[in-house]
Design a protein around this ligand. Sequence first.
Ligand SMILES: C[S@@+](CC[C@H](N)C(=O)[O-])C[C@H]1O[C@@H](n2cnc3c(N)ncnc32)[C@H](O)[C@@H]1O
Length: 284
Amino acid sequence: MTTVGDLLIDSVAALSKAGVKEARLDARLIIAHALNITPEKVFGYPEKVLETGERDYILSLITRRVEREPLALIIGEKEFWSLRFVISPATLIPRPDSETLIEAVLAAYPDKKANLRILDLGTGSGCLLLTLLHEYENATGIGTDFSSEALAVARLNGRNLDLSLRAGFVLADWNDGIADFGAFDIIISNPPYIPDGEESELQPEVALYEPHSALFAGIDGLQYYRAILSVLSGLANTGCGIFFEVGINQGEAVARMMEKAGMSDITSRSDLAGIKRCVSGKIL
Ligand SMILES: C[S@@+](CC[C@H](N)C(=O)[O-])C[C@H]1O[C@@H](n2cnc3c(N)ncnc32)[C@H](O)[C@@H]1O
């Protein structure tokens, strides 16, 4: 006979031993997910006896976490900007740092009723584009990615958030140029930006489970900013805002590239850790 309380203690021990930092929180969230109850209830009913099937299912999920599969992949979703996004092995897991780009767009475009057209290059789960469409009730947008599996997840998120009438998701590789989607008022991108050589420094959750095509970007991590900047002409309305997420210490280099590409009003915004996380500019 196994109770929720017993299983919680064993799970926390197994996760801690495996080097999982937030062992207690993760164990609680996994048990809550498996039993379809709120995380609070996991602590509230320690004496609840589990059926064998329930116990085995929880143990299988805990084992995945012990193997350092990210919690978000195990439970299949991640919160971003207080919205829930379905994710899959084909999508990057939305990061809190990326909320900096959302803040930067909101600061630059304070009119929430504006009729904006937004393009998101490398949309993944669609979290950036869909969050902006959630904030700007009259905006429409296109998210592109070269992964059709990621686009299927983005479309599902669009439906779940009731935004599918304003969001289109299109298969496109920015190395082939960008198709004629018309002109946009805002172009955003969080491209892969980790230098290839830094793979060994990543946590196992990232290196082993997230799509490498969403992470790595050549020797200096900057190759996709170059590629994207070279295909933007024709996609921008006059005064179009360009917003890039950047990696640690990449802000200056990306700002210089944008300047060289003729953009004006180049500025950056830092994340909560004080790291320059978003560089933006205008195409005049
Ligand atoms: C860092 S992830 C960002 C995903 C999402 N926008 C987010 O912020 O969570 C980069 C995305 O760019 C896509 N990508 C990488 N190379 C691409 C290319 N050449 N053309 C189009 N999309 C690409 C990847 O599939 C991935 O979804």
